[in-house]
Ligand binder design. Sequence first.
Ligand code: 4AZ
Length: 440
Amino acid sequence: MMILTTTILAFIALVSGNRNMERIVDSPLVAGDEVIIKARWHTRSRETVRLYDGQASCNGQPAQNLIMKMMPRKGMIDIGRKVGNGCRYVMMTRRRLPFINVGSPYELSIEVATTGFVVKIKVNDRVHNIFTAPVDVGAINNIRTMSGDFSAITTKRFVPLAVRSCGKRYSEITQAITTRITGGSKSKPGQYPWQAAIRKARINDWLDAHHVCGATLIRECWVLTAAHCIQRVRNYETHYLVRVGDYYNLDDGTHLENEHQQDMAIEKVFQHEEYRGGTSPPYDIALIKLKKVNGSCVETSEYANPACLPDPSVDHFDENAPCVISGWGAQSYDQAPSRYPHELQGGKVNIRSEQKCRTTHGTRLKNGMLCAGGDADTCQGDSGGPLACQRDTENKLSPFVVWGITSWGDQCGLKDTPGVYTKVSDYISWITDIISLNSD
Ligand code: 4AZ
């Protein structure tokens, strides 16, 4: 796969309790960006937030494409703009904010859409929609706050990962070899370059290093996995490692000609806050931040390359869409871990409709999960690994998107019994928020 994944750049200006703040944006805001302003509802008669357009003039001054005037004493907000000839303030909406009191902390969120601005306010962890402004966004390059109790202006940017070639295989796979994942086949080195593994490290002489779970490389410093995979990793980060670029699972010194693995230390694990465990667990998603060595994490190559994250505006996979699964897990339900395959296995599956999947898994199938099945199936040991689908299923060179995280199922490879995967597209903001707030 190639092209678009999203990455977030976060620029944070942090000053406590400052009235007048300014955030200069190096490249003008574009659709997908979000501006977040942290403040406290003051007693002043008016506090304002203005978004300036550096390319449009308004009587010789930059146009103000969005102006938010908070009026704490009246408990109201006005939203308007000052653009064009005359440069007069034109109000677009006025709203009462009965849910906010003097002294309350609040967060204004301004999402930039292709059709205008979407303004929301968060008070006491509740988000209230205020207004969708159907206006030309222009070229916003400066954000200022005035006369209130403002503490931070943050801009988040979703940047296409095009340059990094996410989801792309370097070599076309020509050879079909048959063995199994369950019903899958031995992969070729480089066929699933986004495949990662969580391994127990060799921490003493009597306990061998071994495979624990699959994972998916999504950024040079980040892998995505299942929450149920990191139960034992949490608080014992140094006892585990993340391996990328791997093909042979065993560390027995053989097959060195094909070893391109990189072992990465774990800096921090992030388990979904709502994950509660169980045999068909909702919120089965976690992120692992890798430790940098000399300023960088994974060195991308033919063997290690991130998968694209689903782009909510582009990616959707219908029933029967063809996708691939991969992992070093069991090849049959009762296979002993010591007999798990040495070479990375991969196989084809098709997305199954929710309705069909429910006939097998019933109410255990919850929101945030999806099903896929076919000739191949994931099994124990594959958990946390990728279900990847080509963005354009008709185009052989289209980039692979990590659409699912191997989560659970009813045994493995049973007829008409699809495996269940965490639906990554339902967690995009969870993922991008964590990455943007924890990147350095
Ligand atoms: C497991 O135990 C597991 N066939 C993972 C996937 C599936 C079944 C079990 C799906 O980790």
